[in-house]
Design a protein around this ligand. Structure first.
Ligand SMILES: Nc1ncnc2c1ncn2[C@@H]1O[C@H](COP(=O)(O)OP(=O)(O)OP(=O)(O)O)[C@@H](O)[C@H]1O
Ligand SMILES: [Mg+2]
Length: 218
């Protein structure tokens, strides 16, 4: 009753898949919150943790998780289910903390520089044969929503990328725009240059940077 009232009920098929993925462990802790496009659950058993994401269309994210595995550190897919008119994506928890987590002690300058460095590494991944996006001149394997909550680190190093539903071959500026946007959103203006420089992007004027930032539309 309580779950239904808050819209946090899960279809039986999803519950059963969670139980199985937790390896028969009793559910110790469950936490759900509204995300940008739907709802996300963290479900913790004795030894394992799984995530459930509910949204209208998650086939694209499911397919990308499968292809990106072994290329980028993405969550291991458990499965995609349908219920209550939505898609339900189950993944195993990845290691690390999202970059917007309060536990990360970096200054905004350090964050901007690390964000650029990590992105340069991601963009240098071989995307040959990637079935998503478009192979065009200058195109690389892009994340598609390169903002702080979607990048996880452990001991200062990249540990995982989540929210990969928009990943594929594309213009690197897609991720640069998200990076500039997310730094301004979290820390205010003035950190784009450290990000772009550490990535190795060409020098840009303030108005070019602002134009780039506005390419990230949410
Ligand atoms: N497999 C996973 N392992 C660890 N953390 C995860 C996992 N899946 C999701 N998360 C956490 O849940 C958050 C939300 O998941 P996700 O980014 O996929 O959904 P979203 O709809 O984009 O939500 P948001 O709008 O908050 O970004 C992530 O930022 C991350 O902290
Ligand atoms: Mg996200």
């Amino acid at each position: 009753m309580k779950d239904e009232a808050t819209g946090l009920r899960m279809p039986d098929v999803v519950r059963a898949a969670v139980r199985e993925a937790l390896g028969g462990d009793d559910l110790r802790h469950e936490f759900a919150w509204m995300s940008w496009a739907g709802t996300v659950w963290r479900l913790e058993g004795k030894t394992r943790v799984v995530y459930v994401k509910r949204a209208a269309h998650l086939e694209g994210e499911r397919d990308r998780l499968a292809w990106l595995g072994g290329r980028w550190p993405v969550p291991q897919l458990i499965g995609l289910f349908h219920g209550f008119g939505d898609d339900w994506l189950l993944t195993h928890a990845v290691r690390g903390q999202p970059l917007n987590d309060r536990s990360i002690p970096w200054t905004p300058e350090a964050m901007a520089a690390r964000l650029g460095e990590i992105l340069r590494g991601l963009h240098s991944t071989d995307g040959t044969g990637c079935p998503f996006g478009e192979a065009g001149p200058g195109h690389v394997l892009v994340h598609g929503d390169y903002c702080l909550p979607n990048v996880l680190v452990e001991d200062g190093e990249l540990s995982a990328l989540v929210d990969v539903g928009g990943a594929g071959l594309g213009d690197p500026q897609v991720d640069l725009a998200a990076g500039v946007w997310t730094l301004q959103y979290n820390y205010g203006p003035g950190h784009a240059r450290a990000f772009l420089d550490s990535y190795g992007w060409k020098p840009m004027t303030d108005s070019e940077i602002e134009k780039l930032r506005r390419r990230y539309a949410r």
